[in-house]
Design a binder for this molecule. Structure first.
Ligand code: NAP
Length: 264
């Protein structure tokens, strides 16, 4: 850290890397961010947000306080072979699915603090539920990483054996929630709204429901009780959804994703 500035180097400026870069630039004022990928044309616009982009993974990497790996698993060895000779005693934060803390420590010769994260692209909007694991030797580094992700939503320290489950719940979960919004929007159009208005209502309604469970920390069913009038239209709709397998299909979908991640 120099002059209170945290130098952040994000290797892999794709979907997740860009979301993290924008989120950090918005919510962590003291950060100086560099994002790298081989084809930088698609991320040149980040320069307007004061984020440096480069195709050179080594660009001032020796000055980085935190190095993020937001690349695909099969790209890890190439990137490590390239950067390891040029860095010492860094905090390396990996979002690479399936890459354990133990294996990354081995690959980096136990010379760096290793923190494993599972964020979502909602980090860009300060709304990621980021799960974090680390080994005891990286405790101090992990606290700094957790503090950073608290600014980008919520940071939850979990046992590493739950990382696959976290991937399904927090990362794939974004897609499940979006599919709910799409379905609600389609129904909204059928009952009279134009698509733009239906999307606005469906999205804000999900945001409102999530806000209530987050703020009040109570079981969703207690909040459902507050909006269901006896013999009313909410309860008949809810019960019909359950007759059609709403909760069951969601649970089965999540378990199918979980079975799949273990094969990858
Ligand atoms: N997307 C999500 O919501 C999400 C959430 C949690 C975790 N993850 C994990 O995060 C990782 C990235 O996922 P993603 O969805 O962001 O993938 P992605 O969009 O494919 O991004 C990967 C990026 O890495 C760059 N890259 C490849 N080789 C490189 C190299 N040698 N040096 C520098 N950059 C290189 C690629 O760009 P070039 O080809 O131009 O180099 C690409 O932009 C994966 O392991 C994924 O499982 C993703």
């Amino acid at each position: 850290m120099e002059n209170g500035t945290t130098n952040i180097h994000i290797i892999g400026g794709g979907n997740l890397g860009v979301s993290l870069a924008i989120g950090i630039s918005k919510f962590s004022a003291g950060s100086k961010i560099t994002v790298t990928r081989r084809n930088i044309q698609q991320i040149k616009y980040l320069e307007n947000l004061n984020i440096r982009v480069s195709s050179d993974n080594l660009l001032e990497i020796d000055k980085a306080d935190i190095i993020f790996l937001t690349i695909k698993p099969y790209q890890v060895d190439t990137v490590l072979n390239e950067i390891l000779p040029h860095i010492s005693n860094k905090t390396i934060v990996s979002a690479v699915t399936g890459l354990s803390v133990d294996l990354l420590e081995q690959k980096t010769n136990y010379l760096h603090s290793i923190v494993r994260i599972m964020p979502s692209i909602a980090a860009q909007f300060g709304e990621s539920a980021t799960c974090i694991s680390f080994s005891e030797g990286s405790h101090d580094a992990s606290q700094k990483v957790a503090a950073l992700f608290d600014l980008l939503g919520t940071a939850l320290i979990i046992e590493e054996k739950l990382m696959d489950a976290a991937t399904i719940m927090a990362s794939c979960g974004t897609a499940y929630a979006l599919r709910y919004i799409r379905a609600a929007m389609q129904a909204g159009i059928e009952i009279g709204f134009d698509s733009k208005t239906a999307l606005a209502i469906a999205s804000q309604t999900v945001k409102g429901a999530a806000r209530m469970t987050l703020d009040e920390k109570i079981h969703p069913e207690q909040l459902i009780d507050r909006v269901t009038t006896p013999k009313g239209c909410t309860i008949v709709g809810l019960n019909e959804m359950e007759h059609q397998g709403f909760s069951s299909s969601l649970i089965k979908g999540i378990k199918t994703s979980f079975d799949k991640i273990k094969e990858i």
